[in-house]
Design a protein around this ligand. Sequence first.
Ligand SMILES: Cc1cc2nc3c(=O)[nH]c(=O)nc-3n(C[C@H](O)[C@H](O)[C@H](O)COP(=O)(O)O)c2cc1C
Length: 187
Amino acid sequence: MDEEIARAVEEVIRTRRTSLLVDQDQPVDPGVVQRLIGSAIWAPNHKRTWPWRFTVLTGDARRRLGEAFAAVGEELDMDPIKVEKQRTKYLRSPVVVLVWVTGDPSEVRRREDRDATAAAVQNLLLAATANGLASYWATISDDFYPAARELAGLDENHDFVALVYLGHPSTAVAVPPRPVPDVAWLS
Ligand SMILES: Cc1cc2nc3c(=O)[nH]c(=O)nc-3n(C[C@H](O)[C@H](O)[C@H](O)COP(=O)(O)O)c2cc1C
């Protein structure tokens, strides 16, 4: 790989930011989303278990996710303000991707598969950045896992890893400084 490409890759890594400052009315080309997922799956994966699964939510499916979570919140007597927020939360970006990891009887394999899937999520975010899209890795309450699985049509053998918002950026995001990493060199 030549020097220019190497610098461009590093630039993408360093400029990716968690951002929901997106144009809600500008759809993301489904072909692009498919390509980002196609890049995500090039993550390293011990034993080649291919443990990741993706659910892409657009249009009304985003509202159905929020309604499903709000129903769970009501059932569990969660703070009503938070419950109401759930209803519209996932409409903030035109695309929401749920990322799952399949289960494995071995604890070691489960851990490695989750690590591999987290690496796939980062690939997805970097590919989004490279394609000029804003992205945002979010998590959801454990209480919502069953409802999310039901909407996605997945069984209990799938663990939630990430909810990724994707959209065309409406505003540039400032890059905050990162602390210097703690690195020990041994020789
Ligand atoms: C496993 C994981 C879960 C995250 N969940 C949330 C979340 O629920 N809400 C949120 O605002 N950010 C979430 N983030 C994003 C971080 O807050 C964000 O990466 C951090 O603030 C650093 O900002 P940057 O990504 O722009 O460098 C999550 C990140 C990771 C890796």
